[in-house]
Ligand binder design. Structure first.
Ligand SMILES: C[S@@+](CC[C@H](N)C(=O)[O-])C[C@H]1O[C@@H](n2cnc3c(N)ncnc32)[C@H](O)[C@@H]1O
Length: 369
């Protein structure tokens, strides 16, 4: 018989309850994004601690109805803010009463919470949060076990009848949110890559971004590297059709599994991870064919560490791996450095290097022909 009162048993029972209830965390995050709480607290940089009631009174008029019957429930908002404070999204400030007891709770944004604040371009990580929790994606999550039972079809396709990208393609609002989510994450990544002194675009004259979504990455590369004279944003036709025009960038619709426009360098970000090894080889092979001798492919992808530790980085990468398995391809995956290298070598690339310092989630991989 287990000794239910032992320290280790008590800790184990607590840990499993925490894991079982973990869904409360992303769903609470989703709620504060839906309610636009981060902008209400940030107030142009003030970030003054506010009570849940004060936050509610600052939310955009259409977020909470102005009728007295539904002016918002400060107690329930505070419950959400308390949980997210425990996960480092908000700082909780507990004011003392005159009698010296714990009084009103107020909340400001931490550095993590600030990623949800809308910037001057209308972007934040909030769209990424919303994109991940759309109904069609949520329908796939109870089917994760199916990826083990039958890996030929990913849970998203089982739940929705077709693969994610073709599903998004038929739903303009999903495509739009996908583009906004990608921009919200990619713009800060590119800023860090370009301002951090990455020199891989030096001397490049014709550059293609494969799966470039709205073209934000190219826009930023062009600004920093006037040596790039031709820039092609290559993505699915239904995606580039909706992309805004960007000076110096030509949007080209196509399918990277069929062919990729020629260039002396190819850029891609967050592409290889969503496909199986065979599909990755097909994409890499089309890149190889589109490059001249000595040309290079610069791919920015999540890369798995060898060890399974409990650091934020490892957890974010492992969680993303399960996301890919569930939503995009049951055998699409986050890969290790060695796995990327082997896939590149298999299609003919002769040199490979991985740069880890640009970002903690995406690693910059260079494959040279
Ligand atoms: C995860 S998003 C990355 C977007 C962008 N590179 C970024 O990081 O912000 C993957 C992109 O691949 C595009 N894509 C999917 N299948 C494709 C295909 N067969 N040919 C070209 N692009 C494709 C999607 O439309 C989407 O824009």
């Amino acid at each position: 018989m287990e000794d239910e009162s032992s320290e280790s048993r008590k800790k184990a029972k607590l840990a499993i309850i925490e894991l079982a209830n973990m869904i409360s965390v992303p769903m609470s995050l989703h709620a504060v994004v839906r309610l636009n709480v981060a902008d209400a607290v940030w107030q142009g940089g003030a970030n003054a601690p506010l009570s849940a009631g004060e936050i509610l009174s600052r939310l955009p008029p259409r977020t909470i109805s102005s009728s007295a019957a539904s002016a918002g429930d400060p107690e329930n908002l505070q419950r959400i803010l308390r949980l997210l404070s425990s996960y480092g999204v908000f700082d909780e400030h507990i004011l003392a009463t005159a009698a010296g007891e714990a009084g009103e709770r107020k909340y400001s944004l931490t550095e993590v919470g600030r990623t949800l604040v809308t910037d001057s371009d209308g972007l934040s990580y909030g769209s990424y949060v919303l994109q991940h929790h759309q109904d069609a994606l949520m329908r796939a999550w109870p089917l994760v076990h199916e990826a083990v039972v039958d890996p030929t079809t990913e849970p998203f396709a089982k739940a929705n009848g077709e693969p994610a990208y073709s599903y998004y393609g038929k739903q303009p609002e999903m495509n739009e949110l996908m583009q906004k989510a990608m921009s919200g994450v990619s713009v800060p990544f590119m800023r860090s890559m370009l301002d951090g002194g990455y020199d891989g675009f030096d001397g490049v004259k014709r550059l293609v971004d494969v799966g470039g979504s709205g073209g934000d990455c190219l826009r930023m590369i062009l600004r920093k590297h006037p040596n790039v004279l031709e820039a092609i944003n290559f993505d699915l036709p239904e995606v580039v059709d909706k992309a805004a025009s960007i000076p110096g960038v030509t949007h080209v619709g196509g399918d990277m599994f069929k062919s990729i426009p020629n260039a002396d360098a190819i850029f891609m970000k967050w592409i290889l991870t969503t496909w199986t090894d065979e599909e990755v080889k097909a994409i890499l092979s089309n890149c190889y064919n589109a490059l001249p001798e000595g040309g290079k492919l610069i791919a920015c992808e999540p890369m798995l560490p060898k060890d399974s530790d409990d650091s934020h980085r490892t957890r974010a990468l492992l969680e993303g791996d399960i996301f890919v398995m569930t939503i995009y391809r049951a055998k699409g995956k986050h890969r290790t450095e060695e796995e990327f290298k082997q896939l590149g070598m298999a299609v003919g690339f002769s040199n490979f290097r991985a740069l880890h310092s640009v970002d903690y989630f995406h690693t910059v991989l260079e494959f040279q022909k």
